[in-house]
Ligand binder design. Structure first.
Ligand code: XMP
Length: 320
């Protein structure tokens, strides 16, 4: 088991030096790959990996079709400014094919895991000749997976899965002793711009963690449009995380004086320090009304908007 380093006891310079050495020793003079999604954890791993390996590290953004509006381009542009070239691998068709007809939350997570690690990265690693993948698994991911709360897409060893055997490459996890607050401190010390290390967390399974029921390109587009609005209207709240979730129900609504069935979006906005527990933000009613009005106006097919007021536990931050 990894020993936790709390944000309070973390000495960022010492941590960075140690991890740089560990990564160098593990990779030697070979090539390594890292998967950058643009989230806090993978951004910090990218910077750490580049400090350790320079040109020996190839950074790949997997376009899985499940990301937020404009995400691939924004992430690539930001890292280009930091001197890191990001390759974009288009795997949209593979992900949607794997998710077709899948409605069970754990089965969805498993479909994404297999497509990502076995199919997409299996191929990229093989083509590049790399032997290891660097990734930003953190202690909260491990805890929740081991406790059986939620199988995080990036946890293997703790479940008795050997990536070398299963996927054909090694996985290095330099952030595994940290929680989100510690990762942010390391990101700052590595020179990531505030906009990046202060970003709200975004899960590995991306928007598919926010679609209840089957994940299709159309349903992702609906939640993506709602996400733009929620992120825009809540960005100044200082909340830990906020999101839109697409429900599966057909809700009765009315359009042009007639009954019409439509879709329902749930908004969540969380106060949390480390994602282990969370409480809903006490948004003003005015803000809630603005969210509802804009979502209904801008997102085709949506006739109902709700706000989640349950805490974690028993809720979890994401819906899936
Ligand atoms: P939950 O939903 O378990 O989320 O309360 C806790 C935190 O973890 C994020 N999350 C994930 N992060 N891979 C990740 O890297 C995942 O599969 C995943 N699922 C949830 C979530 O956004 C929240 O910040």
């Amino acid at each position: 088991m990894s020993v936790e380093i709390t944000a309070q006891e973390l000495d960022t310079e010492q941590f960075i030096n140690e991890k740089v050495k560990e990564i160098k020793d593990a990779v030697g003079d070979g090539m390594a790959i890292n998967a950058l999604s643009g989230g806090v954890d993978s951004s910090v791993v990218t910077m750490l990996g580049h400090r350790a390996l320079g040109e020996q590290l190839m950074t790949v953004f997997v376009e899985n079709g499940l990301m937020r509006e404009g995400e691939a381009e924004q992430v690539a542009a930001l890292f280009q400014r930091l001197g890191v070239t990001v390759e974009i691998a288009d795997a949209r068709e593979e992900f949607f094919a794997a998710l077709q007809g899948v409605t069970d939350p754990e089965a969805k997570r498993e479909a994404i895991t297999q497509t990502f690690y076995r199919d997409v990265f299996g191929r990229i690693v093989k083509e590049s000749g790399a032997r290891c993948l660097l990734q930003g698994t953190i202690l909260t991911d491990v805890d929740e997976t081991v406790a059986g709360i939620k199988r995080q897409h990036n946890v293997f060893e703790q479940l008795g899965i050997d990536p070398q055997e299963t996927f054909g490459y090694r996985i290095i996890e330099p952030l595994i002793q940290l929680r989100k607050d510690g990762v942010r401190r390391v990101g700052k010390a590595l020179g990531l711009p505030g906009e990046q290390f202060e970003r709200i967390p975004f899960p590995g399974p991306a928007l598919s963690a926010r679609v209840i029921g089957e994940v299709t390109p159309e349903r992702i587009e609906t939640v993506r449009k709602a996400t733009v609005i929620v992120e825009q209207l809540l960005k100044d709240t200082g909340a830990f995380q906020y999101m839109a979730i697409l429900h599966e129900d057909r809700v009765t609504g009315m359009r042009e004086g007639r009954r019409d069935f439509g879709q329902q979006i749930e908004v969540r906005c969380w106060e949390s320090i480390d994602a282990r527990t969370a409480t809903p933000t006490r948004l003003s009613f005015e803000t809630l009304e603005d969210l509802a009005a804009e979502i209904i106006r801008e997102v085709p097919g949506v006739v109902s908007v709700t706000y989640n007021i349950a805490s974690k536990p028993p809720s979890t931050i994401e819906a899936i």
